[in-house]
Design a protein around this ligand. Structure first.
Ligand code: 6PG
Length: 267
């Protein structure tokens, strides 16, 4: 499905990272509930990095409401991207998620679809593509439709492991690809952006003053996805949601009384 010409960008601005994490935890629970009400299961792909970690910790915290509201039994967890390191490596997105969330919540191994960063990049990408085809029961050129995809954004405008001026930006056919990132002198495994855009719901979690300028450029500046890969994210639903803290949203238009703002973008 090709996204339309119009994109409605809804952004929620929270006073600080802790409030952002609470809003994010609530959003995960609400979107999972919507998916399960519609289909009986929720298939969610999550990103790594530091921003989502606090939200994962809230989802896992037995003293917080979200731990008990999340329908864990009907959840299937996937990753948006992974570093090419073993699952117990300090840089592993899986390890961050295991420590912040998986070790504390009742997900069975078959509900956790890990990218095998320990393998050679191309093999890890191929195997994850097969994992998607099998678990989503895809046929032919079908693309997986995740119920929810959670993204972050780097200071360079990257998202997932779609880094500026890298090959994965041009990968339109594969579901998962290995992407060489010269600037980091490393390989990453990542969902491709057409797969991300095919999701029922896509949201960004972005915090910090160091993201304010690049976020403004991504959302309101001229289209230049080679330099600003986050601009590739244009969900087929025509709606993109962002949960921000005040520092990251500093250069965006003012929000309404509930801390919600809307931007429209034309292709
Ligand atoms: C990763 C993420 C990456 C992340 C951004 C933002 O593997 O690091 O998938 O795309 O979302 O780099 O990271 P922070 O949340 O740490 O700013």
């Amino acid at each position: 499905m090709h996204a339309g010409r119009q994109l409605k960008i809804k952004f929620y601005v929270e006073p600080d990272p802790a409030a952002l994490a609470r809003r994010a935890a609530q959003y995960f629970v609400e979107m999972a509930g919507e998916a399960i009400a519609g289909r009986g299961r929720a298939r969610i792909a999550i990103s790594g990095g530091s921003t989502p970690k606090a939200a994962f910790q809230l989802l896992a915290d037995p003293d917080q409401p979200w731990r008990w509201r999340m329908p864990w039994e009907q959840l299937d967890l996937y990753w948006v991207d992974e570093r090419t390191v073993p699952p117990d490596h300090p840089e592993s997105n899986y390890r961050m998620t295991r420590e912040a969330l998986l070790d504390q919540v009742p997900l069975k191994p078959e509900q956790i679809h890990r990218m095998e960063g320990e393998l050679a990049p191309e093999i890890a990408a191929d195997r994850y593509e097969s994992e998607l085809r099998n678990s989503f029961r895809l046929e032919g050129s079908e693309s997986p439709r995740f119920d929810l995809i959670a993204l972050g954004m780097g200071e360079d405008g990257h998202t997932a492991s779609l880094f500026p001026h890298t090959q994965a930006i041009h990968e339109l056919n594969r579901l998962v690809t290995a992407n060489h990132v010269p600037r980091k002198d490393t390989w990453r495994i990542t969902l491709t952006w057409p797969v991300i855009n095919h999701a029922s719901s896509v949201f960004f979690l972005i915090a910090g003053a160091d993201k304010a300028a690049i976020l403004k450029e991504v959302l309101t500046g001229p289209r230049d996805p080679e330099r600003l890969p986050s601009q590739l994210i244009w969900p087929a639903s025509g709606i993109l949601t962002l949960i921000l803290d005040k520092a990251a949203a500093a250069l965006l238009p003012a929000t309404d009384g509930e801390g919600c703002g809307v931007l429209e973008r034309e292709r």
